[in-house]
Write a protein that binds this ligand. Structure first.
Ligand code: AMP
Length: 188
């Protein structure tokens, strides 16, 4: 059995992260761990966590670090993540979460943290084309601004630990996947 692969992926909304995560799952057999999906699942099920998280998510704020770290710790302990490895999507969102993740992983450090880079102008065009209710000009601008504010320090944190790889995500899906695979293979 091959060793587990430990990845984190970052990317603006509209950068194609969902599609590329599916391809990473196919290529590397990793578990896709999206904290946003887990929280939405908890909201849909009406669990205690879901009830707490809903108001925070609706306001566009971040769920508390303690809660998020607890969820991710439990998820990473499950068999699939332990055996095949994982790609974390949506976590860590703060440097405190990044530090906690490092402690959880201990000696099993991350192989790579990938930033799927697509220019703001392009993701704006893609989101407008998608035409979701919250994809107004203001809504799009606000979410992109928040992404910069929230995420830049976390990317810097990983860059200073030599873990960050920026992959040009502005191309056809399959081309971007090949770039991603090559960048990750390089780190394994
Ligand atoms: P996402 O689908 O990753 O954009 O996540 C949707 C929402 O879930 C975010 O706007 C946050 O409110 C919450 N959330 C997801 N992941 C995290 C995290 N790592 N830390 C705090 N809040 C999170």
């Amino acid at each position: 059995m091959s060793n587990p692969i430990r990845l984190v992926i970052f990317g603006r909304q509209g950068a194609g992260k969902g599609t590329q995560c599916a391809r990473l799952v196919e290529r590397f057999g990793v578990a896709h761990i999206s904290t946003g999906d887990m929280l939405r699942g908890a909201v849909a099920e009406g669990t205690e966590l879901g009830l707490k998280a809903k108001a925070v998510m609706d306001a566009g704020d971040l769920v508390g670090d303690d809660i998020m770290v607890g969820i991710v710790r439990e998820r990473l302990a499950q068999d699939d993540a332990q055996t095949a490895g994982f790609v974390l999507d949506g976590f860590p969102r703060t440097t405190a979460q990044a530090e906690a993740l490092t402690l959880i992983l201990g000696d099993d450090s991350l192989h790579a943290v990938v930033d799927l880079d697509v220019p703001i102008e392009e993701v704006t065009v893609r989101m407008k084309a998608r035409g979701r209710d919250d994809d107004t000009d203001e809504g799009i601008a606000r979410r992109l601004e928040l992404y910069e504010q929230e995420t830049r320090p976390v990317l810097d944190w990983f860059a200073s630990r030599d873990l960050l790889v920026t992959v040009d995500g502005f191309d056809e899906e399959a081309v971007v996947s090949e770039r991603l695979f090559a960048a990750i293979d390089d780190r394994l």
